[in-house]
Design a protein around this ligand. Sequence first.
Ligand code: F6P
Length: 500
Amino acid sequence: MHGAVSDKSDTKTESSAVPGDSSDTTRYDFMVVSNRLPVDRCAPGEPGDDGSGWRRSPGGLVTALAPMMTRTDGAWVGWHGAADETVEPFSHGGMDLVPVQLSSDDVELYYEGFSNATLWPLYHDVIAPPEFHRTWWDAYRTVNRRFADAVVRTADEGATVWVQDYQLQLVPRMLRQARPDLKIGFFNHIPFPPPEIFAQLPWRQAIIDGLLGADLVGFQRSSDAGNFMRSARRFLGASVKQQQVHVKDTEGDLTHIARAQAFPISIDVQHITELARKPEIIERARQIRQDLGNPKTILLGVDRLDYTKGIGHRLKAYEELLNEGHLKVGDATLIQVASPSRERVEQYRLLREEVEGTVGHINGTYDTIENTAVRYLHHSYPVEEMVALYLAADVMLVTALRDGMNLVAKEYVTARTNNDGALVLSEFAGAADQLKQALLMNPHDIDGLKDAVMRAVKMSPKESARRMRAMRKQILDHDVDHWSADFLNALNEKVIRDDS
Ligand code: F6P
């Protein structure tokens, strides 16, 4: 793979000539840029501790890119996670890391504010109302500039730079202005909204213009790419043909062609499969079932505690099924893992109160001395424990109201190496485009959601196996290596201008 990225031996050079800079810095010809670096701080003796003070962080983006970064000699630019702290460039697990510093004000205004209280709700169908503040926008621009500057300083002549996600949408344009020699890719991990919703953003033109600095703008679904191109046409008057946007300068001359295309992200299939076959993880799954009293059916939800995930809808459907006697505590248990997320953002605080209130109510009403209705876990777990949970669960519930992809759905299917179990999947998650044999449903339709849950609970082994086999094949054929290779190959393809 990585046809687009050259060998470990020749990617890194010392002090090569970079336009406008003659300092003595290491230069890279392949760079990934994301809000967070792919590592977390780690105290001595903590799980994952290798003595360096850092460990590779969990999460979709890191899972997706770490295998590729360790096999090339590129560098990753990102925030190290501690406000007001300066960290020098360092290496970890075979990756060169270039930290970007954020002050507490940056965290409040750029990360919690503009990224997660403006863009996040706006891009997720305005499930929560987005807030628009000029001070947040100013901070977003300033911080995007800082990330771009870190690349400008360290990218080799003609390097490939891959910018990740909604926190950094202005970086492609900033890079193109400072370093027209670079090959610039951007991938949006979350949905891109239809122009009718995007229109609300006071800075809509600047965001589209920022993204159009890239040669290739990748999205999870083709509907996201379509939304982006419609916005480029509507708000910038761009000429869009097929998947190509013709980008012009202020004089109206064509500067480059930016392509917009879907590249659905995936998971590290080999790693999940290996874990799912380990005797100690299989034993741990058995133990989990036993600790829950060996119910006939274990249902599982695994989410960041985020209002986009439809946790409330899931709990409502489950409670109604208990209330109507379709499910019975003792026979069925729901494990809900809700990992802590963005806890200083108001909407997330409110959500936690709501979810925990509902879980308390359900358990208070339906628990028996021996058995619980919902085993609620407000924790993050290492991947080994997650795979044990996937193996323990008969039914996986992914009820997102809107989700860029949802890698949990793909991990569950991958972990079911015996082709058993059932996946209930929201049609509003990107994964629904690939996992067509899941029980697809609209989570707003509570009766439809209940029907899907009961179909999953009662599914025959034969039907489970048929569906699982087809979904597993899809994921096995399209793992995260394919995702990154497809994107990078497309980025390095010569663009034939489509004027038809
Ligand atoms: O899905 C978008 C995303 O930014 C992921 O890349 C990340 O794992 C998750 O949301 C949580 O992000 P954070 O904790 O950095 O806000």
